[in-house]
Design a protein around this ligand. Sequence first.
Ligand SMILES: Cc1cc2nc3c(=O)[nH]c(=O)nc-3n(C[C@H](O)[C@H](O)[C@H](O)COP(=O)(O)OP(=O)(O)OC[C@H]3O[C@@H](n4cnc5c(N)ncnc54)[C@H](O)[C@@H]3O)c2cc1C
Length: 481
Amino acid sequence: MIRRAEKAKRRSRDSADSLEGAEAMDDRAIKELQGRVRGEVIGTDDARYDDARRVYNAMIDKRPAAVVRATGVADVIASVKAARATGIPIAVRGGSHSVPGFGTAEGALVVDLGRMRGIRVDPASRTVRAEGGCTWGDFNHATHAFGLATTGGIISTTGIAGLTLGGGIGYLTRGHGLSLDNVRSADVVLADGSFVTANEEENADLFWALRGGGGNFGVVTNFEYRLHPVRDIVGGVMFFEVEDAPQVLRAYDRYIADAPRELGAFFAWQIAPPLPFIPEDRHGDTFCAMVVCWTGPPEQAQEAFAPLRPAPVVAQWIDRMPYPALNGAFDGLVPPGLQHYWKAAFAGPLTDGAIEAHLAHGPKIPVVNSTMHIYPINGAVHDVAADATAFGHRNAKYATVIAGMWPDPAQNEANIRWVRDYYAALAPHSEKGGYINFMAGDDADKAAANYGRHYDRLRTVKAKYDPENVFRFNQNVAPAA
Ligand SMILES: Cc1cc2nc3c(=O)[nH]c(=O)nc-3n(C[C@H](O)[C@H](O)[C@H](O)COP(=O)(O)OP(=O)(O)OC[C@H]3O[C@@H](n4cnc5c(N)ncnc54)[C@H](O)[C@@H]3O)c2cc1C
């Protein structure tokens, strides 16, 4: 076993054309790499190290060998080659939002794309090229200027790269599919430092795997997406009493599969933050909520929302606004530096049993930052053939996420317990796998179920493009033997 690992390490050194003989990311290796890149190479002795190693989830406290703040494709190529030459592992970081903290690793070279945020919109072809370090805030800002958008996440600080490669669920999913359904092409630095483009014509097997296989296949330096006309939307949130949750859930389940595709909506549990639209004496109370986004004619919005209001609304904030405004509206609930522990499952219809499980655990939500969302998987997602991309649960009806997020590490145990208990209660009413982008770090053993029907095909593509599993800090796909 050890001999095999040694051989693989030697092979990887031989294939890399630089930094031969270096044993680890020591001062010399860091200096050499700094000579080859335009960005900063930050080693453990650097005053910037603690800032550079920090990721969004404050529970993650890893000490990588060095962090490269890449400024372009050349830096990424040089970094991958340097890591291969020294034999140290590589962690790739886009927007840094991975809950298990996959954007860093103990002793690894972190390739941080956070400086690579260039975007070019082509309004004539309704496409956009965006670098791998962009956030959805960057992306929506750039495309909104042209009255265009594509499916992204619901929080503006999340990275486009990690989110897209795993799936991409958001307000526009029902109308325009998952984020990955809108990818036309991707530029990728592979495990040997070579550069390829993947699309339907070139490296089609890689293109298939990138769309659902997460960060397993290489570093995506640039994505090309399809865009759609979306300018102003009508959206926001309505709060209902906890005891009305069964009615709200049943109404949602009845309506959402065939509702107009201009409607994005998801169910949530939420402790009321101290916001002006919520009566002051209800601040801090727990509610169930519907979050909505209507991209159709504004005058039709209320009609579209009506079936989602089967019970009295206690408080609501719904307004006409630019799409990027809704994308940033809830950012304040999830600032950087919270502790995160999440679990997720795909599910079918909201049966009585599932609703009972939600009612038993949802109202116990411990803090204002935490939540549980039930996202619809339907509409345009179901227009795409199940085998067209590597996304393994296209036929699911819902993606459920129990997102534990809290500020005080002293509360870790109680918050983690809430997530685990809720998840266990939903398990009998869920599919085996969950959305890879919502899973916790202790879910590594569920990778096959999470990738679902495509896991074996993913393993074959992994064996072709990354046989030594260089890109392994992710929901890992084991290369086929
Ligand atoms: C507050 C919050 C809100 C969220 N909202 C949504 C949502 O609305 N919809 C949704 O679908 N998901 C959502 N997510 C989940 C999100 O999709 C994942 O956390 C995703 O991994 C974030 O991507 P990132 O680039 O920010 O993460 P990072 O931590 O930078 O990276 C995560 C993973 O992606 C890989 N990766 C990152 N960049 C690249 C790249 N350029 N090339 C190759 N691999 C790369 C890394 O290897 C790593 O495995 C949310 C997460 C958080 C914390």
